[in-house]
Ligand binder design. Structure first.
Ligand SMILES: O=C(O)CC1=CCC(=O)O1
Length: 261
């Protein structure tokens, strides 16, 4: 199985005090997004370590591979990217499918994971039939048909109305995603299920949910905190699926508090 070449932006730390270990922080985003979705996190995270924002396979500027795809394949892409950037281990921060890849990394390559942040994500994402419908739509009609229903769960309506520029940017990135790349990642989500393996995750873990998330509702996200030994759980009040953008301050505080040495 081939690995995809991933696009990555690196943000070197400017202000970590001497003597504090310089642990890289790797950011993995959601289906239909680009690595720029982490823009509200970079300054906050750079106070504790160098950040690396990655486009997952088939997204943004990363390579599209039209071949059978599992979450393990997507995790292997990230390992290759860590190797190419000489990163032995890192804090892994994932949102949505990015959080699924993060779980897979913690299970299959625990030596590469220092701490884990699982945001707006799940041990299983609904039923395979719903993903197959999305795959068919993406392949037959492109992403224009999907963007409305999917994005309606990413931000609360009031917030979306008050932030048209953010919404326009996220919308543009979604419809600009390669339909094949999107469909192959849906296939990885359809086959993903860590419910019986959560107890094997050894990395210290923070789980972040948002009260208004219609894609991965709090009770689904909460299964991660219940299943991973010692995991901490933070619920962001008023946020939806993209809580890192809608509630950036609360999100950054929770993540920095958890990752800081
Ligand atoms: O696209 C959605 O509906 C929500 C989602 C699931 C995995 C992901 O990355 O986004």
């Amino acid at each position: 199985m081939a690995n995809a070449m991933l696009a990555l932006d690196s943000f070197p730390t400017k202000s970590v005090p001497d003597g504090i270990p310089d642990i890289p922080i790797v950011l993995l985003g959601s289906l239909g997004s680009k690595r720029s979705m982490w823009r509200e996190q970079i300054d906050a995270l750079n106070t504790i370590g160098p950040a690396y924002a990655i486009d997952i396979r088939g997204h943004g500027d990363s390579q599209v591979l039209d071949e059978s795809t599992t979450m393990a394949d997507l995790a292997q892409d990230v390992i290759r990217s860590l190797n190419m950037n000489e990163i032995a281990s890192a804090h892994i921060v994932g949102l949505s499918i990015g959080g699924a890849i993060a779980q897979e990394l913690a299970l299959s390559a625990p030596e590469r994971v220092e701490r884990l942040v699982l945001s707006s994500t799940a041990p299983k994402f609904g039923e395979a039939g719903a993903w197959q419908q999305r795959i068919d739509t993406a392949r037959e009609s492109g992403l224009d048909e999907l963007v409305g229903p999917v994005m309606s769960k990413w931000f609360t309506p009031d917030w979306a109305e008050a932030h048209p520029d953010v919404i326009a940017n996220i919308h543009r990135n979604f419809v600009g995603t390669d339909p094949v790349g999107y469909a192959r990642c849906c296939e990885a989500l359809a086959g993903f299920d860590t419910r019986e393996r959560l107890g094997e995750i050894a990395a210290p873990t923070l789980v972040v949910s948002a009260t208004e998330d219609g894609s991965t509702p709090p009770e689904v996200v909460r299964q991660l905190a219940d299943g991973i030994d010692g995991a901490k759980w933070v619920s962001i009040s008023g946020g939806a699926h993209m809580c890192n953008l809608q509630c950036a301050d609360e999100y950054n505080t929770a993540v920095v508090d958890f990752l800081k040495p």
